[in-house]
Design a protein around this ligand. Structure first.
Ligand code: HEC
Length: 158
């Protein structure tokens, strides 16, 4: 009988400590997740700003492959915003940019420079519409005047 009780006790302690260590692991993981780096909305926007500028010069040079690439980079940043910035109430307005981007994409696919220019103007004004709608009206986006970097050639390769 004594042996039986001792055995039960050992099993019980074993189970308890096992549960404790699982709980510790969960707590450690939770803490690691909470401390892990998440890019902020402003960082995504700064990325979008660069691709928005490059997109203009790619379109002007009729480098449609690069223009298409830049559009996809903007789309990736938008997905990143939805994934990592869901705590920001402003992102409810994000969907307003989808249609202007899709229209611009169509202009790029059909290699239509005049449609590109007009769609680009609409995209840029939509950036500003959202900034106004989210109390960032002081943050004004324009069609770029000079390329953001001097070490990139926008001419098409063929
Ligand atoms: C949700 C609507 C929304 C749309 C659409 C939007 N923005 Fe923003 N943007 C914001 C908000 C909100 C901020 C402020 C972010 C912060 O608090 O850091 C911001 C900030 C910025 C900044 C400031 C970053 C800095 O440090 O100067 C730039 C640049 C920017 N946006 C560019 C753009 C461009 C370019 C587009 C269009 C291609 C665009 N945004 C579309 C909401 C939007």
């Amino acid at each position: 009988m004594k042996v039986f009780i001792l055995l039960l006790l050992i099993i019980f302690i074993g189970l308890f400590s096992c549960q404790q260590s699982t709980q510790n692991q969960i707590d450690n993981l939770k803490q690691a997740l909470a401390n892990s780096y998440k890019p902020g909305l402003g960082e995504f926007m700064s990325g979008i700003q660069v691709h928005h500028a490059k997109l203009w010069f790619a379109g002007q040079a009729q480098n449609w492959k690069l223009a298409d690439f830049e559009i996809n980079e903007i789309k990736e940043s938008l997905s990143g915003i939805e994934k990592y910035c869901s705590d920001r109430p402003e992102i409810k307005k994000l969907s307003m940019i989808i249609e202007p981007i899709n229209n611009l994409s169509r202009a790029v696919i059909s290699k239509n420079i005049s449609q590109f220019k007009s769609s680009y103007a609409i995209l840029t004004s939509t950036c500003n519409s959202c900034h106004q709608a989210t109390n960032h009206d002081y943050n004004i986006i324009i069609q770029p005047v000079t390329p953001p970097y001097s070490n990139q050639d926008f001419k098409p390769t063929n």
